[in-house]
Structure formats: C-alpha cells, structure tokens
Design a binder for this molecule. Sequence first.
Ligand code: HPA
Ligand code: ZN
Length: 496
Amino acid sequence: MNRRGQHHYVRVCVTGTRVPVYTCYGETLFVGSFSFCTLFFNFCLFCTSTQQQRCTTYNNTPPILYRATEQGSDRETVRTTVGHLLKSRVRVSVVFHGSMHATFARQAIAHSRSTLGTQYQHVPKVELHRHLEGSVRLTTVLDEAIKHNISLPHGPLGEMTPASQLTLEGIRPHIQSLTPFPNLETLLNIFDYTQSTFHNIDVFHRIAKEAVLDAHEEGIRCLELRYAPCFASMPPNQHAFEDVLDAIEDGIDDAQLMLGGPDSIGVGLLCIGVGAMGTEAMDRTTDFYLQHQDKFVGFDMAGAETNVLEHLKCFQRVKDAGGKITCHASEDLDIGVPENALNAVKHLHAERIGHGIQIISDRQVMDVMRDRHIMLEVSVSSNWLTAGVASIEAHPARNLWTHGIPICPNTDDPGIMGIDLNHEWHLWRHTLGFSENDMTAMTLLALDKSFLPFDARERLHNMYFSDLAKQQDKERNNTFAASVAWANAHHQSQIV
Ligand code: HPA
Ligand code: ZN
C-alpha cells in the first residue's frame, strides 16, 4: 500500500516456457512468450500484496521490447526482475483497471507522438510549460472512452461514434491537432473531447502519472506541469476541485516513486485560472489556489486570450500571498497584442510569460522583457498549430533571444499536438538555427527561472545539469550559481 492506503499493482505475466524472455509491453511485463501466457501476478509496488489471475487475453506475440538474461520465472525471480526493470528505468506502468486496452499503452509513445529529435533524449532537459490536459496519451483517451462507454468523433467525417467502434487511427485526427488551426480558440475546442473522457476521478491519477513517466522518458529532469481546475471539473464530469488535485498529486508521487524517488524528476504543479470563463470562475480558482498554495509552485492564466487587466484583482491576491506568477499572454496573432504581456508583467506581477511571441512587433515591449529578465516560455509547434506564426521557419524565437530576452523551449500540449520536447529541440536546433551552447544556456536559465523551490533546483542541478556548461567552461566550479552565470554570459554574447 502507498501512504494513502492504496495498492498499486504492476502486472506481471508468467508463462510456461523455460527460456526467460522479459517483455515490457503496454502496462504488462511478460516473462516468457505471449503465446504461452497462462498466469498473471499483480505485485503491489509498495507492499508485499500479490494477486494471481488467469490470462485469457493475449494470444499473439507482439514485438519484444525488453530482454533480460536472468534465469527462472518463479515468483521471486519475477519480483526481483520488476525491481531491476524499475531501477534500470525500463517503464513498467502500474495497472489500475486491468483493462485489455492497456496493451496499447506502450505503443502510445511510439505511435502517437513524433519521433523527431530522439538524439536529444539523453540530454537532461527542463520544461516549464506543459499542460496536463494537453499531455494525455492518445491511447489513454481511447482506453478511458472504451472503459466508460464515451462516444468520440471518428473516421474521415468525424461522426460521434459509440465507444465499442472506436479505433486509435479513427480518433487521431479529431483528438490531435497535427496541422494548423485557424487560431488559438479553435484549437482549444478540441480539448473538449479529451476532457470528456475524464469521467472517473482515477483518470486524473492516471494522466498525471503517465505525464511524468513520459516526461522522464523524454529526458526531462525538471518539469512544471499545469492544469486548470475549471477545465478538469467541467460538465458532464463536474468533479470536486479537491478530489482532482488529490488524484493528480498521487499520480505524480507514484510516478516519481516508480522512477526511484522525488529527485528522479523534479515536478512542480501550477494552477491555471481560465480568464475567458469570466471573473466568477477566476475568483473560484484563485480561492482554490490560495487554500492549497502549498501544493502548487505557481499560478497562471490561460484559455482563449483576454485582456489580462480584467483579472488584476485575482493576481494581486496571489501576489499578496507570496505566489509565483506566470501568465499566457501575447500568444494569439489577432488578439494577443504585445500590451497583454507588458500588462501581465507590470500589473499582474508575472515573472514569466507563457508564449509572449507577439511582442516581436513592439520593440519597446521587447526592451522591457529584456531589462526585467522576464523568461518567455516558448512553444514553437504550438504557435504554428494555433496560427500564431505563419510557419516554423518564421518563428521569432531567434530574434527574441538575440535581443537579450531569456527564452526556453516547451511543448505546451504534447498529447494534443503529437510531439515531445525532443521534437521541439530538433526544430530549435535544425530549423531555427540555435547552437548546442544556446540550448545548454536556455536549459540552465529555465532551471534558474523555474518556480520549484531553490533547494530542489539545486539538487537537480547537481544530479543532472552540472556537467552541461562545465563542458564549455572547464575553469569554473560546478555550482548552480556558476552554471547560471555561464548561461547568462553565453546569452549576452549572442545579443546583436
Ligand atoms: N494557450 C492557452 N490555453 C491553453 C494552451 C495555450 O497554448 N494550451 C492549453 N491551454
Ligand atoms: Zn499553454
């Protein structure tokens, strides 16, 4: 049992063969070959509880993803092997529902997201801007829809189709945005389908856990994950804000435990108010944030872009309570005017800006961002898909950087956009022309600007990031402060 009294089972299938082949597929670890699968053992990750179950599901042999050379397939060997797999960072997901559709899970990463940039997987990375609702695996959307009998748009015409007839490829074009939408608001509408599968409170545990596991697999070692309580609790699912937060927290904790502990990947949660839902929704979110401030590292505003000054009072309350603030602003090409980012900094006390790319048309606003050292959380694919920029090549990231503004790469919504952070790194390096040193500097600046507590960031720096700048500057000592100083010096030298 974990500290909240729940068993979390890893499902292990033990077959009758004498040659031990360990296959990690979906949420199930197979010991032996699939065709001979006879028995499951469900091991709780946190205690000695074990369940046995006969296997009636798997008859075909899928690709073997993991082989180990250990001998034997008795219970104890299996238990040891699970431990070994977890330690060696092979992902063995926890089975919550025992659904046969969970076998899609392993394919999710390979099939539902871009594989561009896999060469950066092993570079330690920081991501400051990733939405939980936008990080759901396509396979999880399908799995939850099937489990709870939820219809989704399907096929070329996108007709609402009963759960029993849904396929992964049939729902993909309606759940993911792989080509540009007319604007931000139209793209945000497709989140409704993913959110319609948040039927059961357990889904929040699952999507938070999977989001952290996926980020870790991408090589991210410091992650800020954000979600909007008002979106998560939207009709028809209307969950209590507290229940959703508890489930998300547990999901994050469990993923970190599976990966070896809280420093396997540092994770901070941000609370989002949705400005376009009006002042009542913003007030309710602010009240909720203030009641649970110890569980969040910061506060944000997102959704369709509005005049940020309409929500001045909420941000003042967050600021008065000592909260850290970032704010989506100057994202949309039409309504995301540069003044929005400027006002968010000057009047909403934002220390960072989500996107902020439209300030490129206003030199004075750019100067303010540079002089106040405001980090722009830039998401290149997202800006292209919401028509914030005409093409990836036309993205202003390079001009913002050479103007002296701190920026860093992010995915925004990896599940919805079918990307991951390595895909973004590939675009930054090969389409936008950022050098390896630029990427290193942005990573260290992002760690510096992260809202995670200083001691956590320092530990993460020492564990994962201290060698990055050290390679460029062999003279300096290996402290966090020295890394940030190097990053700033590199950035300054880029200013044209
Ligand atoms: N902007 C505003 N709201 C959002 C976004 C975004 O890019 N992604 C998810 N919610
Ligand atoms: Zn965003």
